[in-house]
Design a protein around this ligand. Structure first.
Ligand code: SAH
Length: 275
C-alpha cells in the first residue's frame, strides 16, 4: 500500500523494510523512514548511518550493527542478507537501515534480491543519497542551466576495490559533471585518467566530506591538484567528489558557512561569461 492521506503503511511482523537513512542530518530522513524506526523490533544498520539518526530509534528497539555482531567483525554481504531473513522468519519487524539511499551504491539491490529469493516480504524506502544532499549542503547545484543539463553518478572503485577498469572512461571524460562515490582512495589515478581523456587540469573539483553532519568539510581544488590537496588538508572519507563547472557556483551559494558568518560572492559565473 502506498500511504493514503495522513496515513503511513505499517511495518508488519515478518517484514523487512530497506530504509535509506540519508547522508547524515537526521532532518533529511523521510517521514516514512522515521515511521519505520518507530515501529521496528530490530534495526540492522550500516557504519555509514549517522549517530543522530540512530538517536531517533526508540529505547528498547534492538540495534544491530551489520558490520559487527557479538563483537566479531563480519561484514560479509551474504551474512547480512541471511541475518535479515532470520530476523524476518522469527516474526520480527525489521528495518534494514542504510546510509543515503539503499539502492545507490549501497548493495540494497543484493539484499532485496536475497529477501525475494527466500520469500520474505519487503518494502524499499528511498533515502537521500549523499551525492544529492551533500551537494546541497555544500552549496553546489547538481545542475545549473548555464553549465550542465546532465549529471553522472559514478563509483570510484569496483567490487575488488581497485580503480574501475570496466568504466567507460571516454564517456566520463565528456560528462559535464561527475559525482564520484568511494573515490578517495583512487583520486590520483582517476584524476590522471580524466586529464588524459581531455578534462582540463584546472577544472574545479570539490571534495565534500561527512556531508550534512556537524563535521562537514568541503575542500575546493582542481583536477590536477585534487589528490595532493586532499593529503595536505587531511580531509577524510566518507566523501563525495564533484568534478565540473558547477563547483564554482559554491562561491555564491555556500549557505551553510554563510550561516556561520562568512560572506558569499555574488554571481560567481557572471564574470566568466559561461553559457
Ligand atoms: N548508499 C549511499 C552510498 C554508499 S557508498 C548513498 O546513497 O549515499 C559509500 C560512499 O557514499 C562513500 O564512500 C561516499 O562517497 C558516499 N557518502 C556516504 N555518506 C556520505 C557523507 N555523509 N558525506 C560524503 N559522502 C558520503
Amino acid at each position: 500500500m502506498v500511504g493514503e492521506r495522513g496515513q503511513f503503511p505499517d511495518l508488519l511482523r515478518g517484514w523487512v523494510w530497506l530504509v535509506g537513512a540519508g547522508p547524515g542530518d537526521p532532518g533529511l530522513l523521510t517521514l516514512l523512514a522515521y515511521h519505520a524506526l518507530q515501529q521496528a523490533d530490530v534495526v540492522v544498520y550500516d557504519a555509514l548511518v549517522d549517530e543522530g539518526v540512530l538517536d531517533l530509534v526508540p529505547a528498547g528497539v534492538e540495534l544491530e550493527h551489520a558490520g559487527k555482531r557479538g563483537g566479531r567483525p563480519s561484514a560479509k554481504q551474504r551474512d547480512i542478507s541471511l541475518r535479515l531473513v532470520q530476523h524476518a522468519r522469527a516474526g520480527r519487524r525489521v528495518v534494514r537501515l542504510k546510509g543515503g539511499d539503499p539502492l545507490v551504491f549501497g548493495r540494497g539491490g543484493e539484499e532485496a534480491l536475497a529477501l525475494a529469493d527466500t520469500g520474505v516480504p519487503f518494502r524499499i524506502v528511498p533515502g537521500m543519497t549523499a551525492g544529492l544532499g551533500g551537494l546541497a549542503y555544500a552549496g553546489i547545484p547538481l545542475t545549473h542551466r548555464e553549465t550542465n543539463s546532465a549529471v553522472t553518478f559514478v563509483t570510484g572503485h569496483d567490487v575488488g576495490g581497485a580503480l574501475h577498469t570496466s568504466l567507460d572512461w571516454d564517456a566520463l571524460c565528456r560528462a559535464p559533471v561527475l559525482v564520484v562515490y568511494m573515490g578517495m582512495k583512487h583520486l590520483e589515478p582517476m584524476s590522471e585518467r580524466l586529464r588524459a581523456g581531455g578534462r582540463p587540469p584546472d577544472e574545479p573539483v570539490a571534495i565534500v566530506s561527512r556531508a550534512t553532519t556537524p563535521r562537514q568539510h568541503v575542500l575546493e581544488t582542481t583536477l590536477v591538484d585534487a589528490a595532493a590537496d586532499v593529503t595536505a588538508s587531511g580531509i577524510e572519507p566518507p566523501a563525495v567528489i564533484v568534478v565540473g563547472e558547477v563547483v564554482r557556483l559554491r562561491a555564491g551559494l555556500d549557505w551553510l558557512n554563510a550561516l556561520h558568518g562568512r560572506t558569499l560572492v555574488p554571481d560567481p559565473l557572471g564574470e566568466r561569461g559561461t553559457g
